[in-house]
Write a protein that binds this ligand. Structure first.
Ligand SMILES: NC(=O)c1ccc[n+]([C@@H]2O[C@H](COP(=O)([O-])OP(=O)(O)OC[C@H]3O[C@@H](n4cnc5c(N)ncnc54)[C@H](OP(=O)(O)O)[C@@H]3O)[C@@H](O)[C@H]2O)c1
Length: 504
């Protein structure tokens, strides 16, 4: 592992939730693993009136007092108060960065992490440019900017944001984060496919019946109802995380494992997605909202009664869809994806369903496709790979049953599984953008989901199906799957005791 060059990372929005829960813990973990350069500093920026000392004290309280020996890391933490919304205040950031470099060997290598509300992304970039701290100096120093999700709220806004950011930073300097790509198991999709001889020959329409991607959450919207209601599952999960997973599952082999090659192949997948026309949306996309229910004796509130959610909301807390990828490899292989809140468990998994054997010679063969070979890539939790295959039941005759070959990352007991943000921050420090999203891919993904946004906006009569909290979503999602012997894979049973499926 190469240690990155000396630099300073500046976090805008340093008093916020993401900084507290993900960014500083990830940086601290990298520090403890000796993966950061000796000459390295972290500058928090925001409107909150922190001093360096107070910022450090807060970091300790955020750690919950569990950690020892934080002092050397604390010495790397600094803070600059500015009004993030005022372009002229960015001169203060520049002065502080210069001050922090004084007496060190740190060149003007800067990473800017935008952990602010998205409405500020462009303004922060503009402020940095005005302060003249955005340009790379060839052979001397570099600047990089990391942009959090959401990257736009639709195709037009994503295009505008891309265009405007390019006024201040070049595409090579822009790192659009999708933390799913920082997960070990997601990267392992590439190794499973391209590091083994056995899978790739089968990885196509000749042997794969369909592909299923599920990302479910057990929790509801909690206190984030106000934010979530303006977003919904399509924008929050599908346009970014789930389509990125599809990109890795469906891409052609890149010529090498480097940023441009991999990102070119992901882009081609997005360009091959068969467009869903506005009028086809009710057929291919099912949206839902959880309704009040009792789960394990606990009364759970329906989505419309959550804090911050209007009680006539039509925002989807659940979405299931079917689509196709029109290229040589995937022609007519259905892809099914679903995501939702208040489902029975928290799980993200990709399931490759292989075709049945062509001729059944065992009388007890289970003929449902679900009983045939599946490769389950478990992204979270309990990261690993599961392969399901038929075996003979011991004894007389040829009775068959499904057995599992199961690999859990946790079995590699000497290995630390890095948090997604650790991996992604380290990659950016090393100038490796492979696991970040390129501007053109963001736009293609938005172009694919835009007709769904339009259809829901223009046709409010398209149903929002209710589903009891703790169930696997609206029964109508089953209608996406037209073949009677196929169902969604259920990683665990419905937990809801009451509530019939109903249409809202
Ligand atoms: N939290 C997560 O788990 C998560 C996950 C994925 C993506 N994200 C994205 O990451 C970014 C940060 O998320 P977050 O949850 O940390 O957000 P947050 O807590 O709401 O805000 C981060 C910071 O931004 C500053 N800020 C807020 N409103 C502002 C305004 N109107 N003008 C100027 N500054 C303002 C505040 O700092 P000061 O008041 O000190 O300036 C605040 O502490 C967002 O874009 C979010 O979508 C977050």
């Amino acid at each position: 592992m190469n240690i990155p060059e000396s630099h300073i990372i500046t976090i805008f929005g340093a008093s916020g939730d993401l900084t507290k829960r993900k960014l500083l813990p990830a940086l601290f973990s990298l520090f403890k693993q000796d993966l950061l350069p000796k000459e390295f500093k972290i500058l928090g920026v925001g409107r909150t009136d922190f001093s360096d000392e107070l910022f450090r004290k807060n970091f300790i309280t955020w750690l919950d007092g569990e950690e020892k020996d934080v002092e050397p890391f604390l010495n790397k933490l600094f803070y600059q108060k500015i009004d993030t919304g005022k372009v002229d205040d960015y001169e203060l950031v520049k002065s502080k960065l210069n001050e922090l470099r004084e007496g060190t060997g740190i060149p003007e290598n800067y990473i800017y992490y935008l952990s602010t509300p998205p409405g500020l992304y462009e303004l922060v970039a503009k402020g940095l440019e005005k302060a003249n701290i955005t340009a790379d100096v060839e052979g001397e120093s570099w600047k990089r900017i990391i942009i959090e999700k959401p990257f736009g709220i639709d195709l037009a806004s994503a295009k505008k944001l891309n265009k405007n950011l390019l006024n201040y930073f070049s595409e090579d300097q822009i790192y659009r984060i999708d933390h799913y790509l920082g997960k070990e198991t997601v990267q392992n999709v590439l190794v499973t496919r391209f590091g083994n001889g056995i899978f790739e020959p089968l990885w196509n329409r000749n042997y794969i019946h369909h592909v299923e991607v599920t990302s479910s959450e057990e929790l509801g919207v909690g206190t984030r109802g106000g934010y979530y209601d303006n977003s919904g599952a399509l924008r929050d999960m599908v346009q970014n995380h789930l389509l990125q997973l599809v990109g890795l599952v469906a891409m052609e082999p890149p010529i090498h494992a480097e940023s441009k090659a991999i990102r070119n192949e992901v882009l081609k997948v997005f360009q091959s997605l068969r467009p869903i026309k506005e009028e086809e949306v009710p057929k291919y996309v099912i949206r839902g909202q959880y309704t009040g229910s009792t789960v394990k004796g606990e009364c759970l509130t329906g989505y419309r009664y959550e804090q911050g959610v209007p009680n006539d909301s039509r925002t989807e807390s659940y979405l299931a869809m079917k689509f196709f990828i029109d290229n040589w490899r995937w022609k007519d292989v259905p892809f099914y994806i679903r995501t939702g809140k208040r489902l029975p468990t928290r799980v993200t998994e990709i399931v490759i369903h292989f075709k049945k054997s062509p001729h059944h010679i065992f009388s007890h063969d289970d003929l449902t496709i679900n009983a045939h070979n599946q490769l389950v890539i478990r992204v979270q939790p309990d990261e690993g790979l599961l392969f399901k295959f038929s075996m003979k039941v011991p004894g007389a005759g040829f009775n068959t049953k499904t057995a599992n070959m199961d690999f859990h990352y946790s079995d590699l007991n000497d290995d630390h599984i890095p948090e997604a943000y650790e991996r992604l921050l380290l990659d950016c420090m090393q100038g490796d953008s492979t696991l970040y999203i390129r501007g053109d891919a963001v736009e293609e993904a938005w172009a694919f989901v835009q007709p769904i946004i339009n259809a829901w906006k223009n046709n409010p009569e398209i149903p929002v199906y209710g589903y009891p909290a703790g169930s696997w979503g609206p029964a109508h999602a089953d209608t996406l799957i037209e073949e009677p012997e196929i169902t969604w894979r259920y990683p665990c049973k419905n937990l809801s005791n009451d509530g019939e499926y109903c249409e809202l």
